[in-house]
Every structure is written in C-alpha cells, then in structure tokens.
Design a protein around this ligand. Structure first.
Ligand SMILES: [Zn+2]
Length: 411
C-alpha cells in the first residue's frame, strides 16, 4: 500500500484525506490544517449538521484506529447546534458572509486605500494613526472571518480575503496555525493556547505559568504598551517560524508552493508599502513620524480587542480536558457591548466572543442573532454567560486581571 499524502485523525480513527483535499466544500486551506494531526475539534466545531458530515466521513478510506468518545459530542453542544440550525433554516440564510459582508468589506478597503493615500503618500501624520486603526479593523472584520472560512461560501473568496492579513503585516498561513489550531481548540490553556503563554515572561496571562519576575506586578501598567509592538514583532517572528516550519509547538501544515509564495509576496508588499514608499517620498524620518505611530496604535487596538475577550476576572483558565468542549468555550470567553452596532462592525464580531468560539465557521454578521440563542441555552443549563456592557467595562476588568495575575497561582 502506498503512503497517503494527507491523513487525519477524528475521534480516534485515522482517515486518508488525500483525494478529498480538493473536494472539501469548505476549501483546501482549512482541510490541510487537519493533515497529519488530530482534527477532532476542527471537525466538530466547524460543522453543525453532524449526520451529513459523518456520512461523508464514512466514505473516506480508513487507515486504522477505533472510535473514541470526545467532549464535543455532548447534549449541550448538540442543543446549541440544533437551535442555531433551526435559526438558519427559518431565516433561509447562509451561515457564511453574503452581500452585506462583502459590501462593508469593500467599503472598508476603499476607505483604507484613501487613508493610505493621505497618510503615507501625502505624509499627513494624523491620518496615519487613523490608517493604523483601519488596518487593525481589516484584520478583525475581514481576515479573521476569511481565514476561519466564514467570509464567504466560496473557498477561493475566503482565500483571497484572507490575504488581507499578509498585506497589513501578518501572515494568513501563521494565523491559521496560531488561531485556528491552537487558540480556538484550547482557549486559556497554559501549554496549548499560544495566546495564553507566548507573551511570557514579558507578561503573564495564565495562572499556571511561573511567577519569577518582579516586574510582573506592574504588567497592568505596561501591558497595554506591550500590545503596541504586536505587529512589528509578528513581522519578524513569522519569518523565523517559516524557516523552522513550526508555529511554537505546532508543526506547520505540509507547505504548498502557494503558502510560501503568498508568505514571501505578502512580506515584500508590506515592506514596500510601509517602508520603501514613505522613505522614498518623505525621507528616513517618515519611519518614526508616519509608520511607527501607525504600527503602534493599530497593534494596540488589535491586540486589545483580542486580549480582553479571554482575560478578565469573570472568566476561567485551564479547565479540565474532560470538560464539555462547548461549556469550556463559554466559560473561557467574554462578550462586550453586545447592543452596540459600532463595536459589532468595528471588532468584526469579536465582541460576541462566546458565539464566535462556539461557531467559528459562522460569519460574524450573524452573531447578534446567535447571541440570543446562546444566552438562552446558557440560562436553561445554568452556565455563566459573561457579557460586559461596554468596552470600557471589559477593558477595566482586563487591567484588574493583569494586576491579579502578578500573584495568582493555580496548581
Ligand atoms: Zn477566531
């Protein structure tokens, strides 16, 4: 028997997915993340009609293993999926982005290009700060959905929209590994969620990490400034990760030529737009007068939106691996400003963090409706549903958590 090119394991059984790779309705970019690893979490969290996808699974060549129970096939997650499926059936909507999502994304891209013209080409410093925030919003409201496969029902459109991350200085390839494989599967786990430990020892965001540094007691003061350097640090660490073919402890998917091409072109384009062009037009001083403020403000805004959603005093850390997976997502995530249209659009639905973690394959335009369903189920099941009334409220609690995290130890 020849060695299959791509295999994956779901609930204990290993499948040959080589031939299915190009036929996966959600696209090759997501399925290849499952190659060579256990994809039980991705399989269950990205699919809501389990009977339908299990029928597809049955047709795949089995290479070995026996079916194991998992924490994703539980009464709670089934109930949530059933209610959400009913919502989409009754409203006759696709769970992916449609005309509204594409129109607002196009409008955002046009505004960003105009801001680039005034900020970088004409050299207006104040517009550069606005451009930094706009780039962060592109990351939140376009690339985030696209790289989750929820921007559109067309995988090619998701792939192209996902490249927005490469243009704004990140990497769609690295993001899918860091965010989809590590963070979404195991939020707030001290060894499995990179968001929870990769800042350490500069910052301590998990109570199971060691406390050996005197300066951590001040992290609630310097933390927000550290967030400002996220974009600049990603630019370089992405390159190191590509050379090592790893993202922290996660092996990068079997790299295809397109992954490397997009990565290299993306880094070159970002360097051209945000180093070569401003230096050519305005001299070396433009790097700290125009580009640095843009990078710092944009990164701070972006990182703050992500950080607050899983780091407040009301939510939980390092839940037992036997915990019902849906309950774990709810207990480790926090919503904010759920009645604000502004925050819903600007944060790309990250203010509905609970719904996003339960249904990462659903476009954020549906989260306000889903939040009514999820909060109702939480109330019926007696599970805490954490929602802060404003961004200011969750950010204040985030700073309190940073202060608490300087001394809080969890065994
Ligand atoms: Zn996400």
């Amino acid at each position: 028997m020849t060695n299959p090119k791509h295999t994956t394991t779901i609930s204990g059984v290993t499948y040959d997915i080589s031939d299915f790779m190009r036929n996966h309705p959600g696209g090759e970019d997501l399925l290849i993340l499952a190659s060579g690893r256990d994809a039980t979490v991705m399989f269950h969290s990205y699919h809501r009609d389990m009977e339908k996808v299990k029928a597809v699974l049955k047709r795949l060549p089995v290479l070995g293993g026996t079916t194991k129970p998992n924490t994703l096939e539980t009464p709670l997650y089934s109930k949530l999926k059933q209610r959400v499926n009913k919502y989409f059936e009754e409203t006759k909507q696709s769970s992916k982005g449609g005309i509204f999502m594409w129109s607002k994304s196009l409008a955002l891209l046009v505004i960003t290009v105009i801001a680039y013209y005034f900020g970088i080409i004409l050299g207006w410093p104040i517009v550069c700060i606005f451009l930094g925030i706009l780039m962060a919003i592109n990351g939140l409201a376009i690339q985030h959905d696209a790289n989750h496969g929820s921007f559109s029902k067309y995988p090619t459109l998701n792939r192209v929209a996902g490249w927005v991350d490469d243009v704004i200085g990140g990497s769609s390839l690295m993001w899918r590994h860091q965010h989809v494989i590590m963070h979404h599967a195991y939020p707030n786990h001290h060894t499995l969620d990179g968001d929870s430990f990769s800042n350490y020892p500069i910052m301590r965001l998990n109570p199971k990490l060691p406390i050996n540094q005197w300066y951590l007691r001040y992290q609630y003061i310097y933390g927000p400034f550290i967030y400002s350097f996220l974009g600049i640090s990603y630019y370089f660490t992405d390159c190191i990760n590509l050379l090592h073919k790893n993202y922290l402890h996660v092996k990068l998917q079997p790299l295809r030529p397109i992954d490397t091409i997009v990565f290299v072109l993306g880094k070159m384009l970002h360097f051209l737009l945000f180093v070569i062009v401003p230096v050519y037009l305005h001299g070396w001083s433009s790097l700290w007068k125009l580009v640095l403020p843009l990078q710092l403000v944009g990164s701070d805004f972006l990182a703050s939106c992500f950080a607050v959603s899983h780091n407040t005093k009301e939510i939980e850390y390092n839940l037992n691996e036997d915990t019902d997976w849906a309950e774990l997502q709810i207990r480790t995530s926090a919503n904010w400003s759920v009645h604000s249209t502004f925050w819903w659009l600007v944060s790309g639905g990250l203010n509905f963090q609970i719904e996003h973690h339960l249904f990462p394959g659903v476009c954020h335009v549906h989260y306000p409706a889903l939040s009514k369903i999820v909060s109702q189920v939480c109330s019926e099941e007696g599970i805490p549903y954490t929602a802060y009334p404003t961004f200011f409220a969750i950010y204040s609690d985030h700073l309190s958590l940073l202060k608490k995290m300087a001394t809080w130890k969890q065994e």
